[in-house]
Ligand binder design. Structure first.
Ligand SMILES: [Zn+2]
Length: 435
């Protein structure tokens, strides 16, 4: 009888530990380890009981002590059971599930909620639980929404995933450790196609600290061991994603009436070599309107040769203009550069390339209007894609203009990167729209 009581307490303790585990994996681990130890001790005690009555008393005392310790946890366990029961009978989960299937309208916050509810009802091992947290993390990283990033990262951590948790998300005791990890910089990409890796590197330059430099070294490239077919090892979406960019754009096309216009403004020139491309950081105010919805131009950058192919053929280069709307949705406008006459806009940019990698260069008195790189005609191909660089986050709407813009052969050759184009990705049933 005592043994049965003990088992019941232990079971409750385990459930309690799982609740704590959702908030803090470490606590859960410690609790689980303690409980396992106690269970072992109790089992040993049970065996001894058969021989020595004194041992029974010890086990009873242990059980009593355990009971007291777990009384607080029991309450939490009951709450958990209540939540589980409500969800099992109610429609909340199925509502969320159907929203999840439509998924495009699900916010990062709801994704976290879905992950949490899945974890409670289906468990942390359920692949969809992890997927919900992963998706929430990707979505919130783009929008730089810290609370959601924290919730998603802690959710994955609690589910036993190896995930880098931002230092601000951790309890104070864990913070020192987290600060160190955060310098890796991947978790804070802010949706820029070619992120802030470069900036972080710039800060580390001049430290003279070799370890730091090694830490900031790029984790991916376009060739060999760090090439595109290896990106998936560190950035799972690059390999597992089903709507990846770039694409080979070819028939069949689906007609659309989506109206796209660019309203770009002149501003002080700021150029960055981030180690993967040349990126121009744009002052706020330039917009791309998609059916009237404003998307702010954040930056534009170059690939050589063009990442997109038209009917299997690449162009000499492509410019990607990266935009974000108020909801955090990204849109990339691609302008293909074809070998021909000299391009005056490129001339200005190439004359102001930064000497140093990872440091923004803002020449005195030089202004630039990104509109100088656009053709007059705005006929386009459009599809749902992803960032073409790690972490390859999906949910990016692409518009590739049909009209190309000239660039001189010498200008192509003067671009500091010989090859920085990701290969084309499988269409996987996506529609390519055209106006
Ligand atoms: Zn790009």
């Amino acid at each position: 009888m005592k043994r049965i009581l003990l088992e019941v307490f232990l079971a409750i303790a385990l459930v309690g530990a799982a609740v704590f585990g959702f908030m803090n994996q470490k606590t859960a681990k410690t609790a689980t380890a303690q409980i396992t130890e106690l269970k072992k001790a109790a089992e040993e005690a049970e065996n001894t009981v058969k021989e020595k009555e004194e041992a029974i008393k010890t086990a009873e005392e242990e059980a009593a002590a355990l009971h007291e310790e777990m009384a607080a946890m029991e309450e939490k366990a009951n709450q958990l059971e209540a939540v589980k029961a409500a969800l099992a009978n109610g429609s909340t989960l199925s509502d969320l599930e159907s929203a999840y299937k439509k998924e495009k309208s699900l916010s990062a916050e709801r994704q976290v909620g879905l992950g949490a509810i899945r974890m409670l009802t289906k468990g942390a091992e359920d692949p969809a639980t992890l997927e919900a947290f992963r998706k929430a993390l990707q979505m919130s990283e783009l929008g730089d929404r810290k609370n959601t990033i924290c919730a998603a990262q802690l959710g994955l951590l609690a589910a036993g995933e190896k995930v880098k948790v931002m230092s601000d998300c951790l309890p104070k005791s864990e913070k020192a450790k987290g600060d160190k990890e955060e310098k890796d910089g991947h978790s804070k990409d802010d949706g820029h196609d070619h992120g802030k890796d470069g900036k972080a590197k710039g800060k580390d330059d001049g430290h003279g600290d070799k370890k730091e430099e090694k830490h900031a070294a790029p984790h991916w490239g376009y060739e060999g061991e760090m090439g595109p077919d290896k990106w998936g090892k560190e950035f799972p979406t690059c390999a597992a994603g089903k709507s990846q960019s770039p694409l080979d754009i070819k028939n069949p096309f689906v007609k659309t009436r989506m109206v796209v216009t660019a309203d770009y403004k002149e501003g002080p020139l700021k150029v960055l070599n981030n180690g993967h491309t040349i990126q121009v950081i744009v002052t706020p105010g330039s917009k791309l309107r998609i059916d009237g919805v404003a998307h702010d131009l954040l930056q534009f950058h170059f690939h050589r040769p063009s990442e997109e192919k038209i009917d299997g053929k690449p162009m000499a280069m492509v410019v990607h203009f990266v935009h974000k709307n108020a909801e955090g949705k990204l849109a990339v406008l691609g302008v293909l550069l074809k070998e021909g006459n000299e391009n005056p806009g490129i001339k200005t940019l190439w004359a102001n390339l930064p000497k140093e990698e990872g440091v923004e260069y803002a020449p005195d008195g030089v202004n630039f209007n990104p509109g100088n790189l656009l053709p007059r005609e705005f006929d386009y191909y459009s599809y749902e894609g992803s960032l073409t660089t790690p972490p390859c986050t999906e949910g990016v709407r692409f518009f590739i203009l049909k009209t190309t813009v000239n660039i001189a052969k010498e200008q192509v050759q003067a671009f500091p990167f010989k090859m920085n184009a990701r290969p084309v990705q499988p269409l996987n049933g996506r529609e390519i729209l055209t106006n």
